[in-house]
Design a protein around this ligand. Sequence first.
Ligand code: TYD
Length: 206
Amino acid sequence: MPGLFITFEGGDGSGKTTQIKLLTSWLEAKNKIVVVTREPGGTDLGNEVRHLVMHRKGFIAPRAEALLYAADRSHHVQTIVRPALDRGEIVVQDRYFDSSIAYQGAGRVLDTDEIRDLSAWATEDLVPHLTILLDVSAEVAKLRRSRPTTDFDRLEAEDENFHNRVRESYLALAKRDPGRWLVVDGEITVEKIHAQILAKVALLLE
Ligand code: TYD
């Protein structure tokens, strides 16, 4: 695969959006073609799924939720991500299958191996070259989420234990596969986080 696939992960309010913008500007200044995208969403179908999983009122069975994210992912990979990588472009993506392992696996307490297998099937085993985890403590994440709770999406509205399980799951995933993951302390300054990300990406570009 000629392109480069970089994903960002972290809890709600970990600062991914800011870092994705900074990384993208840096890559574009180096004349790279960058596709910036996200899950859920990133396609028309994906945006409909996004609305369902994030804003639908009422209960969604955990396995149904996992399947909806997987359906979004499958369509997104086949129609956006793989074609871009095949053209040799750089895909910078907000969330990928590790979100499902952390949120549906550890958060909703589904079997994490089954969630991983489901995503592997959905994506025909497309694994990122680099996954950047912006790690923030539960306290900071809570502060950053401090807006009216009525604005929260279904996942954000989960309790602190849920968000702690998500965080621990991310850290465990990163520990198990240090070759793919870069863990950055999300509580240091925006500039310092950006510098750590650049150092890693620059190595990959060489
Ligand atoms: P988003 O607005 O992208 O959140 P953030 O800005 O915090 O990244 O919302 C995506 C929400 O969906 C987020 O709460 C995490 C959740 N999610 C899952 O539960 N499973 C998944 O597989 C994905 C991709 C996201």
